[in-house]
Design a protein around this ligand. Structure first.
Ligand code: SGN
Ligand code: CA
Length: 524
């Protein structure tokens, strides 16, 4: 039998040869270097503000995520990583295909993803990678390009999730975040073992349901925040003045739209008897006190909003802690297997999230909280750790970047750009010719939370948003359309639209022109 070193060498030589045969030399993997493994960890709705390596823009920390922070310390943290459509399925499809929603076709969560289109898992698989996905999928169709999978059905519950595998449905008992972590750890072990045998690299996606609504914690995290208050964002009591009427049309406020399940006044329906007992033991006394305070009028008005905020954010952050512990388990397993050096680890979320900013939960908007998403990448063999980057990157760039890092050829249809070369060369200033504006488009007006359809452009300093269905007079979601323009330098919280300010007509016209170019480029 040939030695493992020989097998790795010949596979690397094969990959390098086929990349240059295709006429596009990828990132200069040293001829003797084995292609990297990938561990892609994606959570669902993880606000970058709730990753302590990021924190709130004012520098305060809402929570601690020591394991994700460890990744940031040892890797590169992207501070301006945006999605192209801040909602689950569309963003996941963009990560997979490198395309805007208009091209990958999955514009709203109500659609079904066409898995026959080129995607990074399929391309890596063709290049000899062993691939697997475990956890949330949420694309309607079955995973394509994966040798193995075990995915939640639709959104999936926080407890006792039924999951789908190539062999059919499997029931699970326990806490979904922990189950997904365990599946990730098990896959790491078996893929690494197989790789020892045949020299094939692997790509494993570990995709959490948490901290998606309805933020149901594990009992070990119930009391994490007991006796402390979580800092409020400055815009918790936003009155939406100073902007177009668009922001008043949504139904995602902490004040009026959290329901009994969200506030834990009702338990998750899927709990078994033992789980339910633990749940009730914690929540029932809190609920009793809450109901009494509301009924007696002791808790009302802004105080009630603040109290709902605390309840919501504490549950949300408890769910984040389970995800962070899962990241720790994965990193420990990578260390234990001794494969850390040449394994790329990514931590990201399908979009950002409102932790009370503008009085909201949920996502969908082109405002920074949901448009931006956490993105951290570690690869000890090739990336110097502990750095941050301001590169205006987007989820559509992930597939091209990864394909290049794996020595493959990026299909022309991908809208995204690879930042692979720049990353391995030190990730300093933006690479020459890199985009100086990013495009965004959200389609789901008729979906949950009634956020009106919009698209827009963001540059280093400016953001221009167009709402085609909003009436500028605020009479309802059927108007001739209206604009919002923000100066991100003087107004980082995006509270004062300058769209109607004559002094900003020049910059608005310039941005409108550039927006038209981007719409054409991305087929929107
Ligand atoms: C569900 C949630 C919504 C959420 C969407 C989309 N309601 O409908 O609050 O905006 O998913 O989320 S819930 O009652 O099921 O929690 S996404 O992450 O899948 O895009
Ligand atoms: Ca999501």
């Amino acid at each position: 039998m040939r030695s493992r070193a020989f097998r790795v060498l010949s596979l690397a030589a094969m990959l390098t040869a086929s990349a240059s045969a295709l006429g596009r030399p990828a990132v200069d993997l040293k001829p003797s270097a084995a292609p990297p493994n990938l561990v892609f960890i994606m959570s669902d709705d993880h606000a970058w503000q709730a990753v302590s390596a990021y924190g709130r823009p004012d520098g305060t920390r809402v929570n601690r995520t020591p394991q994700i922070d460890r990744l940031a310390r040892e890797g590169v943290r992207f501070d301006r990583f945006f999605v192209e459509n801040a909602i689950c399925g569309p963003s996941r499809a963009a990560f997979l295909t490198g395309c805007f929603s208009a091209r990958h076709g999955f514009r709203t969560n109500q659609q079904t993803f066409d898995g026959s289109q080129p995607s990074w898992p399929g391309i890596l698989q063709e290049r000899g990678y062993r691939t697997g996905v475990f956890g949330k999928w949420h694309l309607g169709s079955d995973p394509v390009g994966f040798d193995d999978y075990c995915v939640l059905i639709g959104q999936g519950p926080y407890y006792n999730p039924p999951m789908k595998t190539p062999g059919g449905r499997v029931r699970h008992h326990g806490y979904t975040t922990d189950i997904i972590t365990e599946k990730g750890v098990a896959a790491l072990r078996s893929f690494a073992e197989a790789s020892e045998e045949d020299g094939r690299p692997f790509a494993i996606c570990i995709q959490h349901k948490a901290p998606h609504r309805r933020w149901d914690p594990h009992p070990r995290h119930f009391r994490l925040w007991e006796g402390t208050d979580i800092a409020e964002p400055a815009t918790l009591l936003d009155d939406y003045s100073g902007r177009s009427p668009a922001s008043t049309l949504q139904t995602m406020t902490i004040a009026r739209h959290l329901d009994e399940r969200d506030l834990k006044l009702k338990p998750p329906p899927e709990l078994d008897e033992t789980q339910r007992a633990a749940w009730d033991a914690y929540y029932e006394p809190i609920n009793r006190a809450y109901r009494e305070a509301v009924a007696s009028g002791a808790l009302s008005g802004d105080d009630l909003v603040r109290s709902k905020y605390q309840r919501y954010v504490k549950d949300y952050l408890a769910c984040v802690t389970a995800v962070d512990e899962g990241v720790g388990a994965i990193l420990d397993e990578i260390d234990r297997l001794g494969i850390g050096e040449n394994t790329i680890v990514v931590y990201t979320s399908d979009q950002g999230w409102y932790l009370g900013e503008h009085g909201w939960y949920d996502k969908r908007w082109m405002y920074e909280e949901s448009f931006r998403t956490p993105f951290i990448i570690r690869w000890p063999a090739r990336l110097e750790g502990g750095r941050t980057s301001d590169l205006m990157a987007q989820n559509i760039d992930f597939a091209p970047t990864l394909i290049e890092l794996a020595g493959g050829e990026v299909p022309d249809r991908m809208h995204g750009e690879s930042f692979a070369d720049w990353l391995v060369q030190g990730a300093g200033e933006s690479p020459k010719g890199w985009r100086d504006s990013v495009y965004y488009r959200y389609y789901e007006s008729k979906g949950p939370h009634t956020v009106p359809m919009h698209d827009g452009i963001r540059t280093d300093r400016w953001k221009l948003i167009w709402y085609p269905e909003v009436d500028p007079d605020g009479d309802g979601p059927a108007g001739p359309g209206c604009w919002e323009l923000f100066d991100l330098e003087s107004d980082p919280d995006e509270l004062r639209s300058l769209a109607d300010d004559p002094a900003h007509a020049g910059i608005k016209a310039e941005l409108e022109k550039e927006l038209a170019v981007l719409r054409t480029r991305y087929g929107a």
